[in-house]
Design a binder for this molecule. Structure first.
Ligand SMILES: [Zn+2]
Length: 136
């Protein structure tokens, strides 16, 4: 357990260093997944990365053991297939080299703006001074 905490702290520090103080929030609602998949299939770099991240989350949610289910970062309810959005918070740049992946259930938020607001609150647990600097 201690080892995991050290690794997480290192990962958070690395993301902090790479970000130069600014993270981009990529919000993918379940309804956006098909369009993202099409863009990824066309080879659009960012879409390929986001699509891969989203699919990793979907597989993790589906494969999570009952004793360790994956929960909403906002309310801790169990995530259910098709009933959550995924947020990737990554240092601003043309590619996503690292970042934090969050899942937020549709009971907490259904629009991109709502999801983004919940994600900022969750990210403030890692970075207490985090705040939104741009409107939607
Ligand atoms: Zn929730």
């Amino acid at each position: 357990m201690t080892r995991q905490l050290v690794v997480l702290a290192d990962a958070v520090r690395k993301i902090s260093e790479d970000s130069n103080g600014a993270l981009e929030l990529y919000v993918v609602l379940d309804a956006d997944r098909e369009q993202l998949a099409r863009q990824a299939a066309e080879g659009e770099d960012l879409a390929v990365q986001l699509h891969q991240g989203i699919e990793d989350v979907r597989r993790s949610v589906a494969a999570a053991p009952r004793r360790l289910p994956i929960r909403c970062i906002s309310c801790s309810r169990l995530l259910k297939k098709g009933l959550y959005a995924v947020v990737i918070a990554a240092p601003v740049g043309p590619v996503i080299a690292n970042g934090v992946v969050l899942a937020i259930c549709t009971r907490c938020a259904t629009t991109t703006s709502q999801v983004r607001a919940r994600a900022v609150v969750a990210l403030q647990k890692l970075w207490p001074n985090a705040q939104r600097v741009l409107p939607n």
